[in-house]
Design a protein around this ligand. Structure first.
Ligand code: KG4
Ligand code: ZN
Length: 334
């Protein structure tokens, strides 16, 4: 019974990341080269710059991960890579690096969906219990996903316009806060109070879908009208009021879906899972229930390759294999 090692590569957005897991869920290496500093002055991720950074960083990151795990490529049993969704030029660097390594060493190759990765980040902390519900909230996604078994994902609700993280980043830009705005608003919100009553987008009765573009516009209009009337809102109060709306809708819909589907576990995933307001409200809602609420530690919320390795290990166990024609798929379905 030899130990099994899986190496994973993630380059879907602005982090070049390589990780190695042992026996499906033990972390042996986790290296993340962030590009945030290079994109900051543009106020967002510039795809072309992201691709160039990935090219520069991928080999170094790969070597660092192997060093950290004290392994060589010969010890690796399979290679996993994020095939989508994400920025096509960024994804291509990871996919081609993974193919090159797998081909050179004749190792099996597995393609992984980025969101499956965000969900599986939690399995580094605790074993899954099905059925489970996952709230995925990131810069590109806001989804409620029901899982009845490993590798099976049923989207029961999703955003109809902006993702939650996208709304955070856009409102942050309106408040002239640096990129990425989510953590900045979160921090400001702690110091402010909910003086503005922003709308909550509940949508039709019973719907698990989300919508954040109306809220974003409401914030922009409120600030615009106020400045015309010479009224001045404190940025911390705007942040607190905006965050209250996002967090209330996300946690109320998650709680309702968890009850309706009778799940055993609720998992929160993606960059916005780092939000302190969201973490606190979810903990409060689920405190009295039988449901096990799992919120990952901060370093597993944002993009990394450890999550791709854990999701990839499950897919590998289930017999999924990618061919040498594996391609980046920016619009890949879960
Ligand atoms: O999952 P992630 O790292 O990348 C994507 O796949 O999108 O998520 C990044 C998003 C950004 O929009 C960022 O502003 C947001 O997560 N974010 C937060 C917080 N930390 C990161 N949003 C609200 N509060 C936070 N503390
Ligand atoms: Zn992500």
């Amino acid at each position: 019974n030899k130990d099994q090692y899986l190496l994973a590569i993630e380059t879907s957005c602005d982090e070049t990341a390589v990780a190695i897991v042992k026996n499906e869920r033990e972390l042996a290496a986790n290296v993340v080269a962030s590009q945030i500093e290079s994109h900051k002055r543009f106020g967002g991720v510039v795809p072309e710059i992201a691709s160039r950074h990935h090219i520069e960083q991928i080999t170094i990151t790969l070597e660092e991960a192997l060093t950290e795990a004290n392994l060589t490529l010969d010890d690796i049993d399979a290679i996993a890579v994020t095939e989508g969704p994400g920025l096509v030029g960024a994804l291509l660097i990871g996919v081609n690096a993974a193919k090159a390594v797998a081909y050179a060493k004749q190792k099996p190759l597995v393609g992984v969906h980025h969101i499956a990765g965000h969900i599986y980040a939690n399995r580094l902390e605790k074993e899954f219990e099905f059925p489970l519900l996952s709230l995925v909230v990131s810069g590109g996604h806001t989804e409620l996903i029901l899982m009845k078994e490993h590798g099976s994902f049923e989207v029961i609700g999703e955003t109809r316009d902006d993702a939650a993280g996208e709304a955070y980043d856009k409102v942050a830009r309106t408040l002239k806060l640096p990129y990425p705005g989510g953590p900045q608003i979160d921090q400001l919100a702690q110091k402010g109070s909910e003086v503005i009553d922003f709308p909550r987008a509940w949508l039709e009765k019973g719907s698990y879908d989300f919508s954040f573009s109306g809220l974003k516009s409401a914030v922009i209009n409120k600030l615009h009208n106020a400045s015309q009337k010479g009224v001045e809102y404190k940025p911390e109060d705007v942040a607190a009021s905006f965050q209250a709306s996002v967090v209330e809708v996300l946690s109320t819909k998650t709680y309702k879906a968890a009850m309706d589907y009778g799940v055993k576990q609720v998992i929160v995933a993606g960059g916005v899972a780092a939000n302190r307001g969201l973490r606190a409200m979810l903990e409060e809602k689920f405190a009295g229930s039988e449901i096990d609420l799992m919120i990952p530690p901060l370093h597993l919320c944002t993009d990394n390759a450890a999550m791709i390795a854990v999701a990839g290990a499950v897919a590998y166990q289930q017999g999924h294999r990618a061919g040498w024609d594996l391609n980046a798929n920016p619009g890949l379905d879960l």
